[in-house]
Design a protein around this ligand. Structure first.
Ligand code: SF4
Length: 352
């Protein structure tokens, strides 16, 4: 196996148009940044319409820096992991105020911005600015683990460190190539190869440009890498929510607390991790009573290792002093509010 051959082989193989994506058509640091954040935990086909809509609304950092949090959340609705959208907004304000609206090109400056971690900093610096910055996402991890038959789970810190150092060494090797986009194309080639050819199941090794460099292929052990981590046991959870209308046909909604996942989102008044019986007392303390015996709507969804069932009951508000996080809203207003996807499904189920 000749590691030195890897950059030239990948640079000969890669063409941006082989895997068309709108942010590759006219690459810019801003477009790259937004795409990389959207692509975290999300597939390319899902991201494309969101990215196009976002760029049409806010074509550059300066435009984005004038947006409100509610606006960016609305444009993000459905992508999940909403802290990404909030951090993009915060970072855009910092870039506008402290960097004249220009996205930094150095990894260390990028790392100072909210929402930009090691991977995203490396991706922006290398893809948009052609710097020899390392990247490591799920696809690149799989590719490197197979190329070098890395022992141990990539979730172990020592293995992760080793993978970062390999990625760094390889992009430094790529920098030496006589190629105008050496680091940018090399890193994108690693991502594309990992995503397309070196797939989790049944990698298409016969089409792989690195077949003769790949240790796992040589040993016939592609499916042994990356080595698995221990899985968390699935935990089942019940949440209980109330559907409460007032005499003006307004619906009572609750905004999620700052400390919680999806904070700032709106939902039916809800007690998490409580069966309908367990939720009775906390609801009463808040001034709400449950009126129906059977749920009027049920949704099931999963977050990480939790399998959650949300049961919605008819309720009534018997207090005149609602806490700050509650609000009566008209039917039309609901469409304009960011609502968690499980509760959006509940709206659909009860046809409200
Ligand atoms: Fe992956 Fe197969 Fe290529 Fe090795 S030869 S890097 S296992 S696609």
């Amino acid at each position: 196996m000749s590691v030195e051959q890897i950059p030239s082989k990948l640079l000969n193989w890669f063409r941006p148009e082989l895997r068309p994506m709108p942010w590759r058509e006219h690459p810019s640091p801003y477009g790259t940044w937004i795409s990389e954040i959207m692509l975290q935990q999300t597939q390319v086909p899902t991201v494309i319409p969101y990215w196009l809509k976002w760029i049409a609304k806010w074509p550059d950092v300066q435009a984005l820096a004038t947006a409100t949090e509610e606006e960016v959340i609305l444009y993000w609705e459905g992508l999940g992991y909403y802290s990404r959208a909030r951090n993009i907004l915060k970072a855009s304000k910092i870039i506008a105020a402290e960097h004249d609206g220009i996205i930094p090109s150095e990894r260390k400056d990028l790392l100072n911005l909210p929402g930009i971690g090691e991977y995203t900093a490396g991706a922006i610096a290398s893809i948009a600015y052609n710097k020899p910055a390392a990247i490591l996402d799920g696809n690149v991890i799989r590719l490197l683990c197979r190329l070098f038959c890395i022992e141990g789970s990539p979730s172990d810190q020592s293995v992760k460190k080793h993978l970062w150092s390999l990625s760094h060494d390889l992009v430094k090797l790529a920098e030496r190539e006589q190629h105008p986009h050496a680091c940018s194309w090399f890193n994108q080639a690693m991502m594309d190869l990992g995503a397309g050819i070196c797939s989790p199941q049944n990698p298409t090794c016969l089409l792989c440009p690195l077949q003769s460099e790949c240790q796992a292929f040589k040993d016939g052990k592609q499916s042994n890498y990356p080595q698995p981590k221990q899985r968390l046991a699935i935990v089942e959870r019940c949440d209980t929510a109330l559907f409460i209308l007032n005499q003006s046909e307004q619906l009572l909604l609750q905004q999620r607390d700052r400390k919680l996942r999806n904070h700032g989102f709106w939902q039916f008044p809800m007690i998490e991790d409580a069966t309908p019986e367990e939720a009775k007392i906390p609801f009463e303390k808040q001034g709400f009573i449950r009126k129906s015996v059977k749920p009027i709507g049920i949704v099931k969804h999963s977050i990480t290792h939790y399998k959650i069932t949300v049961s919605l009951f008819l309720g009534e508000c018997v207090t005149s002093s609602l806490p700050d996080s509650y609000r009566w809203v008209n039917k039309n207003e609901i469409k304009k509010l960011p609502v968690t996807s499980s509760h959006r499904k509940l709206f659909e189920k009860i046809k409200f």
